[in-house]
Design a protein around this ligand. Sequence first.
Ligand SMILES: [Zn+2]
Length: 432
Amino acid sequence: MRIVLSLVAFLVLCTGLYSPQATAGLIQASVVKVASDTVPPTDKLSKKELKKIRKAEKRKARRAAKESTQPDVATDTIPPVPDTVALEYDTLPEPDTVAVVPVPARKDTLVIVGVGDIMMGTNYPDDSRLPPDNGAFLMRAVEEYLRDADVTFGNLEGVLLDSGGTVKQCKDPKVCYAFRSPVSYVENLVRAGFDIMSLANNHAGDFGDEGRQSTMRVLDSAGIAHAGQLTRPYVLYIRDNITYGFTAFAPNSGCVSLNDIKNAQSIIAHLDSVADVVIVSFHGGAEGAQYQNVPRKKEIFHGEDRGDVYALARAWIDAGADIVFGHGPHVTRTVDVYNGRFIAYSMGNFCTYRGINIAGVNGLAPIMKVHVNRSGEFLWAQIIPTYQTYTDGVQPDPQKRVIRLIRELKEKDFPESPLQIDDDGLINYIAQ
Ligand SMILES: [Zn+2]
């Protein structure tokens, strides 16, 4: 500021722009902003002194032009009337405060990213199923897609606990797996940009209450919102002045029930009354490559009621849900829109290290990037196709296999749906 005003003073002196009005403005400005400026009153200066000052000012101006990060401000915007200049500079904000907006503007379009199951390796029964480098590489190749959203969601298919806990007793030991990931692996979720996670699934209780509490504590301390456990059936997540309500259902003990429609509807109705956008997660449907279709009827798998996910999704949307993110079958299922609201029936194995089969279609999964308006109504979506290997983690799929899969399944399961999915995974909905 001092440099600029001194420069103005210098220009006034040199270019004959002197006028009483101009001087008054300059002095006023000097009093307000640069009272300690060292330019002495010109009438008391000898020619020699004046020359000295001018030389010094020139040096200062050159230095300022060199050093200033905004040289144009100091040089180009000096208007011909100096008092105007002085006042303008008085009101010029400091550069680092220019972009500060106290309340962010509410966006018209919100981007919600959803992925399926995440299990970053298990230290149970031993460390042989843990990835190298704490699993930091697992999602690295797709982190840019995950982070590029207002809200990023995933299903945490396991427990965050270093050791201990009460391992679950399985009805059928042949299909029994218990997943316990080291606590430090939460850093991978944070780095990938996850904001909310489902804890309603058949592995959240693998290590009893100790496991549940550890997982919740670790996510809380990492700033990741979560819901789905009976002790926290829903959560509100606020970002950029938009409130997201989130709840998650599963048919497993300790989780908010998948099949209790009345309970689910009352949670959703409450969220709908307090949130702008309501996101519902469910872990349901039978598992495996032979269960990629949505059967529109109840699915029983290993004696467990995995729900009629078609009817449930519609009941939840009727109650106020805006986005339904499904997972559980360990394969990808298709998508639909009901009443202007988006449903992904299963987003498959997104990031599942050793312990979960990722061969063939089991290793293909979408990153579902859903665009909605501020009321949660579906606008359009983008499928980012991925595949995973144990050595490289999750990778973008140049073959776009899961896009073709979702499109084929859509033609088979929902031929009546006006959804259109193009070769690049763009999902459009032409309402009828
Ligand atoms: Zn599961």
